[in-house]
Design a binder for this molecule. Structure first.
Ligand SMILES: [Zn+2]
Ligand SMILES: [Zn+2]
Length: 136
């Protein structure tokens, strides 16, 4: 899938900032922080534009955010990799700080009290990625 196809599918105009963010996420195997996305051209977009664009992409269901234990935020594309459930767990490597979307449905057996409703479920598995595990 190309950036243009993703934007078209979500009925979004092709702005420079949207294109920049989606290009970065498409090329990355892992979820990215705002700083990591900006790294190739840190001065290209101002903070507000960047933030608003991320918000729009999130609201339109193009990307999703992952909040880690230290409250830092990463972003990843939705439905980019086929077979991934919309509700999925994430893996955070404590050594290299990499964050991945995981395949498979997140099973949650928690019982909600009567009349409670689930809106979102966040599951982050903390551990070591294969590369860091081999080195440790
Ligand atoms: Zn690692
Ligand atoms: Zn994810």
């Amino acid at each position: 899938m190309t950036v243009e196809e993703i934007l078209h599918r979500h009925d979004l105009k092709n702005t420079g900032c949207r294109k920049f963010i989606l290009t970065g996420l498409l090329q990355s195997e892992t979820a990215l922080s705002e700083e990591e996305m900006k790294k190739p051209f840190p001065e290209l977009f101002d903070r507000v534009t960047f933030y608003r664009t991320l918000k729009t992409l999130e609201e339109k269901g193009v990307i999703h955010r992952i909040v880690l234990n230290d409250n830092s935020v990463r972003y990843a594309l939705n439905g980019h990799h086929p077979g991934r459930e919309p509700l999925h767990a994430h893996f955070h490597c404590g050594k290299c700080d990499e964050v991945l979307c995981l395949h498979g449905k997140t099973r949650l057996d928690a019982e909600l009290p009567d009349d409670f409703v689930t809106r979102e479920v966040f599951v982050v598995i903390e551990g070591l990625c294969a590369g860091c595990n081999r080195l440790s």
